[in-house]
Design a protein around this ligand. Structure first.
Ligand code: TYM
Length: 331
């Protein structure tokens, strides 16, 4: 069977990168796979989250999934901490994964920064929890942005080592699903840095709850260069900000970058940004509106997450029981 699992951290500021790299593709998979979409609150607390804010951030993330088109009638939608199996399996994986494997994780190095001694131990073992999220349901496919690729390779290594160590073909080797366009949206202020929830500059990021005026202002102020758009996308080499804006346009319109360049060949970024603003506003306005509508009814979101949690619990329980049996735990 084919089963999809994916998730995003509820750390506020859901942005265009999350939408193009993840949510939009989650929606497209709902008709051909059994899909499980999780708000990973346990991952979020690897860095400090204010408890009162966290609750709203979980609802905001769920609203972003729903507004993007995740359908709770087709897919399971829940928050991670509701299903205790995530933590239980993560512990077992803490004992399967090797310190050397985790030492190679570039996201830990980025997030821990210079003051590594002061990072939480949760941040270090974060990829083991992510592997547990996926394998608790024996998910076969995981749609993500480019930045999660290394974590998915680790997930395969953990699955393989578990299967070898315990002599049982329990876990599948999960495949990533990474779209060609939109998998790596960059900061509007620096085309070499990815767009991220934690960038201190609001102008680096297009948030899913930005209104049209804010979107227009952010795109107008986005860093670019003085050159014109070339006829072909490969001629944008060495112009990371220009590449990023053309890439966003291409992803939102489902055009190739070459087609976008051909359409705006010879135009400057003043003109191109106006066209891009229109495309961004047209695509995001319905999502922004729906998110705002949903967030006015937290009780509805909470009830959906609870219902989804019950389904996730039911799916995961027999798999976790098999794992515990393989490990040799008495039950
Ligand atoms: P997170 O919360 O950082 O991001 C959620 C999803 O959005 C994608 N993404 C991007 N895509 C394109 N351009 C960007 N600038 C950009 N920024 C983020 C991410 O690749 C991701 O798909 N560890 C994960 C959450 C997670 C998870 C899982 C994912 C926990 N368990 C199990 C899949 C399966 C994370 O921090 O994503």
């Amino acid at each position: 069977t084919n089963r999809v699992f994916s998730g995003a951290q509820p750390s506020g500021n859901m942005h265009l990168g999350n939408y193009l790299g993840a949510f939009r593709n989650w929606v497209r998979l709902q008709d051909s796979y059994e899909c499980i979409y999780c708000v990973v609150d346990m991952h979020a607390i690897t860095v400090w989250q204010d408890p009162a804010a966290l609750k709203d951030q979980v609802r905001e993330a769920a609203a972003a999934y729903l507004a993007s088109g995740v359908d709770p009638k087709k897919s399971i939608l829940f928050n991670q901490s509701r299903v205790p199996g995530h933590a239980e399996l993560a512990w077992i994986f803490n004992c399967v994964a090797r310190i050397g494997w985790l030492n190679r994780m570039t996201q830990f190095k980025d997030k821990a920064g210079k003051n590594r001694e002061n990072a939480s131990t949760g941040l270090f073992v974060y990829p083991n929890l992510m592997a547990a999220d996926i394998l608790l349901y024996k998910a076969t496919h995981v749609p993500v942005g480019e930045d999660q690729k290394q974590h998915l390779e680790l997930t395969r290594d953990i699955a393989q080592k578990f299967n070898n160590d315990y002599g049982i073909e329990l876990f599948p080797l999960t495949e990533p699903i990474i779209q060609a366009e939109g998998a790596r949206i960059m900061s509007l202020r620096d085309g070499t840095k990815k767009m991220s929830k934690s960038d201190p500059s609001e102008f680096s990021r297009i948030n899913l709850n930005d209104d049209a005026d804010t979107l227009a202002q952010k795109i107008r102020k986005a860093k670019t260069d003085a050159e014109l758009l070339p006829p072909k996308a490969d001629m944008l080499e060495g112009r990371p900000e220009a590449q990023n804006l053309v890439g966003i346009y291409a992803a939102l319109t489902d055009m190739s970058r070459d087609a976008v360049c051909a359409q705006y060949e010879g135009k400057g970024f003043g003109d191109f940004k106006k066209a891009l603003t229109e495309v961004v506003v047209t695509n995001l306005a319905p999502i922004t509106e729906e998110m705002a509508r949903l967030q006015k009814d937290p009780a509805y979101i909470d009830s959906l997450l609870k219902e989804g949690g019950e389904k996730a619990q039911a799916l995961s329980a027999p798999i976790l029981a098999d794992v515990k049996k393989a490990v040799g735990f008495l039950s």
